[in-house]
Design a protein around this ligand. Structure first.
Ligand code: SF4
Ligand code: ZN
Ligand code: ZN
Length: 330
């Protein structure tokens, strides 16, 4: 912006901090912050993500997305009267994990939010890099499997109504589009703003469902939120994912608002994707009792392979002890 011809906020006339093309608005810092907070509050109401008296488990990695989500849920919880408990997993990825853990610890302390830390090495005897080395499997696939399993265990043990994930518009839309192209419709049914709890699985909510990556980054910066700036060293650079994301961003610059319309249309039709999917019959893991398509769940299979015995049941007991000492068991 040039001085003398400074662009002004459409709402108050103060110097503008950003332009929201799809809303045809220039906004100053104060009004941009209000704009995003209102959007997330509306999403929580529109998609019925949280309600009075509920208990929400919030998965926080320490990156800008999950820190912003935690902050906004914390603010909203005071208005709506639900409980927020944070969960951080220390994956043991060198300084990246060390810095992430410290940031989450300090931030939760400053908000007064209870925090559960699961240290992977302490819990199962192996850090993520050690698991990658032992199994030769892609890091993100092991990481995803472990996180899904542990989030579910903690959420079940503390009787959370849902687990909140920091996925935003630009995480979800490329994935939705890719799954649509491949006609993996069951996958799309899991990518909406909310998945309901079913027997053995605690539901998931995505409060940042219709907020873009750029908006989150700017919100975190203007609100002075602390977050880990560096990316996980294992971050995937798959070219198809990148190209689909670029395609959607190009479309957005030509047709402002198309991404939000796409996301909201998917949210409206999520029930259709569910009915189109072939229902899988789930069994229970013989070791830990978790829902599983096989006799043994993926977590027990993985730990069996690296540690020589399946660890699901032991891990659940360790987590229960820890939650009990934190006073978080209901
Ligand atoms: Fe896990 Fe991959 Fe994300 Fe790193 S980039 S935290 S390994 S899912
Ligand atoms: Zn303003
Ligand atoms: Zn198991």
């Amino acid at each position: 912006m040039k001085s003398g011809k400074e662009i002004r906020c459409s709402l108050c006339g103060e110097p503008a901090a950003t332009r929201i093309a799809y809303a045809k608005l220039w906004l100053c810092k104060k009004h941009f912050i209000e704009f995003i907070e209102k959007r997330v509050f509306e999403s929580i109401n529109r998609y019925r993500l949280a309600g009075q008296g509920q208990r929400m488990l919030v998965a926080v990695s320490g990156g800008k997305d999950s820190i912003t989500m935690l902050y906004l849920l914390h603010k909203t919880s005071m208005k709506m009267g639900f409980e927020v408990i944070a969960l951080h997993m220390d994956l043991g990825i060198g300084t990246y994990s060390k810095i992430s853990r410290e940031i989450v610890e300090h931030f939760c302390k400053s908000l007064g939010t209870p925090l559960i830390i699961l240290d992977l090495k302490t819990l199962i005897g192996y850090s993520l890099p050690e698991l990658v080395h032992k199994t030769r499997r892609p890091p993100c696939s092991i990481c995803g499997l472990i996180k899904r399993y542990l989030i579910n265990v903690v959420a079940q043990e503390i009787k959370a109504d849902a687990a909140a994930l920091g996925h935003h518009l630009d995480d979800l839309l490329p994935y939705i589009l890719k799954n649509f192209m491949l006609q993996n419709l069951f996958e799309i049914s899991k990518l909406g703003p909310k998945t309901e709890s079913v027997d053995g699985f605690v539901g998931r909510i995505r409060p940042l469902y219709d907020v873009s990556e750029h908006e989150i980054a700017l919100y975190a910066k203007l609100s002075n939120l602390p977050f880990v700036d560096e990316e996980c060293p294992y971050t995937s650079k798959k070219s198809l994912d990148k190209q689909v994301k670029e395609f959607l961003n190009n479309l957005e610059s030509l047709h402002p608002g198309i991404k939000i319309s796409f996301a909201r249309a998917v949210a409206r039709n999520i029930h259709v994707y569910k009915t189109l999917s072939v229902a899988k019959t789930l069994k229970r893991c013989v070791v830990c009792g978790a829902p599983s398509s096989d006799d043994m769940c993926s977590f027990c299979k993985l730990t069996n392979r690296v540690a020589g015995r399946p660890l699901g049941a032991e891990v659940r007991l360790k987590i229960r002890d820890m939650l009990s000492s934190l006073g978080l068991l209901k």
